[in-house]
Design a protein around this ligand. Structure first.
Ligand code: ZN
Length: 61
């Protein structure tokens, strides 16, 4: 699965839950929410490291 790695060395993964939506896309969740916060905004998704508070932004185009 996908993994997240911050500059500070904090790593966590996303795991597949086994649940799918009506189009067959499988839901994923953060393995360890004490390590990574995922925040959804109107035009971007933020990934915030809970160790060093550094935030990564994934822009929606
Ligand atoms: Zn970090």
């Amino acid at each position: 699965m996908m993994s997240f790695e911050c500059e500070c060395g904090n790593t966590t993964r996303f795991f597949a839950t086994g649940d799918r939506d009506e189009q067959g896309r499988e839901y994923v969740e953060v393995e360890d929410e004490d390590r990574l916060a995922v925040i959804f905004g109107d035009d971007s998704v933020l990934f915030r490291c809970k160790f060093c508070s550094y935030t990564y932004r994934l822009q929606k185009f």
